[in-house]
Design a protein around this ligand. Structure first.
Ligand code: KG4
Ligand code: ZN
Length: 365
């Protein structure tokens, strides 16, 4: 029996510096031997968003420390690795360059193959790492920087069915939190406030539901909430706790309705191509939202499918997903060389039209 591939992965495309070691057996079974993530939330907190220059410097300072810790925790020396995989895009370019340069240094120094990984492919292949999901399956990426539906046919074969034309949903949650004076990251705060709220008091729009297809839009929702907030403030010169809860509940319910209806359409489009029992997998911080998650689960169950949600630590940015995607690429015989370039934009599906919009967390590809 041949021994498993052991891959070191590096991730630095946004505001998390991460390194991980993952093993992949020929039969497809993967194991995370270590996964180190150093967030930068505190560094950016007073600026109200990720500052690309600050992020890039922090990545350059922390990457080698994360790598050392990941190797130590895994108990794997450099000489035992089969390759170094690194996020080569899409993302904030300074951070991506820091990761690619670090990976090149390790690969050249240790004489290892170098593998460039698309960050979105890392998210999209995570259900295979955590749940050994077979190809093909439908993927919904919903985070602060991404929002798209993908049919995942293989490690290098993605079909984009649709995505956001402006903000990502997590970005909208964060903006709404800011408008209501709640702390960042806004998603969990808005969800918590919404628990005591009446979702029917404000009827926010359900953007793009009147148009066919799987594209989404979230920026208008945030503007609608702003108008309702200002109307209350004009009337009563301030917001009560109940007003805030009702605004949050109304907003969350609108996001949930849009995501579940677009997911239903994406499942129909998926089934037209792959008539067997569909699997819908989710990734991204917004998948932590219990109301949205329950909505997605219901729509998948109604259509006779299976819902897969990897543990939250692997839904959000991490390097285990990059190491795993690198291992799949290596197993297919792909490898890069020292000409590997960092790419700010890198659509997974090269055949679909380029998406619009670029949020606080960088290009959405
Ligand atoms: O995947 P992630 O950790 O980072 C990237 O965006 O790459 O996602 C973070 C986003 C933030 O915008 C955060 O507000 C949102 O996910 N989020 C949530 C919840 N938890 C995190 N949004 C809604 N409800 C939640 N419970
Ligand atoms: Zn991500």
């Amino acid at each position: 029996m041949s021994r498993p591939l052991i891959i070191l992965g590096l991730e630095s495309s946004c505001d998390d510096t991460a390194a991980a070691v993952v093993s992949l057996e020929r039969a497809g079974k993967a194991e995370i031997l270590s996964s180190v993530v150093q967030g930068q939330t505190a560094l950016h907190a007073r600026f109200g968003g990720v500052v690309p220059e600050i992020a890039a410097r922090a990545h350059a300072e922390k990457l080698d420390l994360c790598v050392r810790e990941a190797l130590e925790q895994a108990g794997i020396p450099l000489a035992r690795l089969d390759a170094v995989a690194v996020t080569a895009g899409p993302g904030l370019i300074g951070g991506v360059i820091a990761g690619v340069m670090c990976a090149k240094g390790i690969a050249a120094g240790a004489g290892l193959p170098l593998i460039g990984v698309n960050h979105l492919a890392g998210h999209a292949l995570t259900p295979r790492l955590t749940d050994q999901v077979e190809y093909p399956y439908l993927m919904l990426l919903v985070s602060g920087g991404h929002c798209q539906f993908l049919i995942v046919n293989g490690a290098d074969d993605f079909l984009r069915l649709g995505g956001t034309i402006d903000d990502a949903p997590g970005e909208a949650f964060d903006k709404v939190a800011r408008l209501l004076g709640l702390p960042q990251p806004g998603g969990p705060q808005v969800e918590q406030a919404a628990r005591g709220g009446d979702a029917a008091r404000f009827r926010f729009p359900r953007p793009l539901l009147d148009r066919p297809g799987c594209d989404l839009s979230f920026s208008g929702l945030k503007t609608a909430l702003l108008r309702s907030r200002d109307a209350i403030i004009r009337e009563k010169s301030g917001l009560t706790r109940q007003d805030r809860a009702d605004l949050c509940a109304g907003f969350q319910s609108a996001v949930c309705d849009v995501l579940t209806e677009k997911t239903r359409r994406a499942l129909i489009a998926y089934l037209a191509r792959n008539p067997a029992c569909p699997v819908l997998a989710v990734a991204g911080g917004v998948a932590a939202n219990a109301v949205i998650r329950a909505g997605l689960e219901t729509v998948v169950a109604d259509m006779g499918g299976r819902f897969v949600a990897p543990p939250l630590a692997l839904c959000t940015d991490n390097a285990a997903m990059i190491a795993y995607a690198g291992a799949e690429r290596l197993a297919l015989g792909h490898r890069d060389d020292m000409t590997l370039a960092a790419r700010p934009r890198w659509p997974l599906d090269q055949t679909s039209p380029v998406m619009l919009g670029s949020g606080k967390k960088g290009a959405k590809a």
